[in-house]
Write a protein that binds this ligand. Structure first.
Ligand SMILES: Nc1ncnc2c1ncn2[C@@H]1O[C@H](COP(=O)(O)OP(=O)(O)O)[C@@H](O)[C@H]1O
Ligand SMILES: [Mg+2]
Length: 223
């Protein structure tokens, strides 16, 4: 049973679906679909920029940013950007990176940046005898040239306060930290009801250039 729920929770799709059941939390989840040519075309038409990622993935591996501008498509993977003049050429290229893994598509969030580098936040929430406790909240700044902030891909760690101050404004620090803590509590109660037995969660929060908070993913076995 333990094993089964552990495997189920590796799925970003299953966790996203659970969180979408709550109205308040759903406002902070980027639109998400399973990757298919039709869904990708539709989401690119709607958002211009999307991120596609393995349903069972970690460490920023296999995460690709796809953009459409005019009739051209581009795909950024690691530090390489390739441009294509047709959707089918784009899709063939994505297939080479995906290697048959199941993927999802997410609306691309224009994350707030510092010196042009996107930043997001990891909030660790851990269950102790007395209930859930916050263990840490840190900012992660993408390595120059990358859009993923993962520390194992060269992202650098900084305090959440410093990250918010420098990417948004000093006046937003307390408000945004409090909003992330509140969302963490609400989302955790939903996840715990659906998946009893979870004890450690790592939330990846993006804050866009307008200050809106987005849940990019929830890790059930955070590093
Ligand atoms: N929807 C998105 N919009 C913009 N950037 C994103 C989006 N989703 C993920 N990213 C970037 O990619 C990184 C890795 O994605 P994530 O969903 O956390 O997968 P992983 O399990 O590989 O860490 C994030 O930390 C963030 O920097
Ligand atoms: Mg992550």
């Amino acid at each position: 049973m333990r094993k089964r729920s552990g495997r189920m929770l590796a799925s970003k799709w299953v966790k996203t679906a659970a969180l979408l059941s709550n109205r308040e939390v759903a406002m902070h989840i980027p639109a998400t679909r399973v990757l298919s040519p039709g869904n990708l075309r539709g989401m690119l038409a709607a958002y211009g920029m999307v991120v596609i990622k393995p349903i069972r993935g970690a460490g920023g591996l296999g995460v690709i940013k796809v953009t459409k501008h005019g009739g051209r498509y581009s795909a950024k993977y690691m530090s390489q950007t390739r441009t294509f003049r047709s959707f089918s050429l784009l899709y063939r290229h994505l297939g080479r990176i995906r290697r048959r893994r199941a993927y999802l598509i997410q609306k691309g969030i224009h994350l707030a940046t510092i010196g042009g580098r996107p930043i997001d936040y990891r909030v660790k929430f851990v269950k102790k005898a007395g209930g859930w406790r916050f263990r840490s909240m840190v900012g992660r700044l993408a390595r120059p040239g990358l859009f993923v902030t993962n520390l194992c891909r060269g992202g650098s760690r900084m305090s959440a306060a410093q990250g918010i101050r420098r990417s948004l404004s000093p006046g937003q620090v307390d408000v945004k930290k409090q909003e992330m803590r509140h969302l963490t509590q609400v989302a955790t109660s939903i996840l715990e009801t659906r998946f009893p037995g979870i004890g450690q969660l790592g939330y990846d929060y993006g804050i866009d250039q307008k200050g809106h908070i987005w849940i990019l993913e929830v890790n059930t076995r955070p590093q």
